[in-house]
Design a protein around this ligand. Sequence first.
Ligand SMILES: *Cc1c(COP(=O)(O)O)cnc(C)c1O
Length: 411
Amino acid sequence: MYGMPGAMAGGAVRSPFLCECGGLLDVVREWSGIDSEQLKRVWDERLSERMTPYAGGVWRYKELIFPDLEARWITTKYEGNTGLYPSESLARLAGVRKLLLKAQSENPSGSFKDNGMTVAVSHGRSLGYKRFTCTSTGNTSASLAMYAAIGGCSSHVFLPGRHISPNKVRQTAAYGAELIRFDGTYDDGIRFSERYSERLGLYVCNSINPFRIEGQKSIVYEIAHQLGWQLPDWIVLPGGALSNAAALGKGLLELKQLGFIDKLPRVAIVQAEGASPFHRMVAGGRSVLTPEANPHTVAFALNIGNPPSWKKALRSVIGGLNGVTAAVSDAEIMEAKALIDRSGIGCEPASAASLAGLKQLADRGIVDAEETAVCILTGHLLKDTEAVSYQENLAAADLTWESVNGLLSRG
Ligand SMILES: *Cc1c(COP(=O)(O)O)cnc(C)c1O
């Protein structure tokens, strides 16, 4: 597929990740010789590895992610291997019997983008690419810059003028990426890289890259592995570009098809109200997405009006898994974030849409009080420090025993 781009007008070359119809490509494998019980034993044994690529939570599952990649191209920082934390107080708050939080925020660059990016960069290197690119203002660029550096390659990140998350751009710069500022929107940047990257010798790591989807399947593989191959009733995740939702759906359907699990969970995709074109489509019973021209939400990672992977998410999550959608307000997101932070787990605002959405779905009776759920936390607390204020926690005291004791004895 890659390396056989079609010609396009204007001397451009079509992105190898776009179909002739303009849609996205999917990695489809002819599975043969997969013995689920034997592979589960192999994956269990790999849990004790330390310094091989299989010690990480993505390449451990290589057989279902990129079986034919030569090991020397694997570009890894032992991503995945993230905690799955039960919380009784958050379960009570959401209104479900049992709730676990899957902290993808614990990835090496601080977001779930690492699960996919390790595979995309490994794939690009195996094809001989030395330069990698994406258009992003956030976690994608930080993850790309990190893996490009680990692989001894360069990264070139297109930054649209507006909507930049300062911490994430600084992190990207720190890993050595070249930052290319341009006057235009995120969509302009994507269109440019789709048309010209091939001629510029750049390997494109935008969310259209199907190898990122393959890597992100590992999130649900790891959840299943951690839970002894018994998944909860619901998995809830935030949706922006919908690549993670598409990956989750694809990964779950493959696990079932190949006999790793008996029962599929249902999946809920939660969008921010100000950027919820997918939710509006599903809730309206439509099957064509109308983009949102001016998306706006405090959860910057969800601020996407025209999600590239909506067809994949519709097919796998809504069609294949009887999934649902929800939209939550910025106030609900920030309230949920504060609770997740105070529980000691912590996350950036976009991640908290999952908990806010679960609560809403339970309030509406779509999720039953007797059911169990996993919420996926996509990004780290420190990714967006502007979203945290310490004023509420601030007290003043004289440094005397009486004064401090008085403070600690309050109500
Ligand atoms: C990218 C991102 C999302 C959205 O995931 P999509 O695959 O774009 O739907 C959510 N939260 C965080 C922290 C992200 O970085």
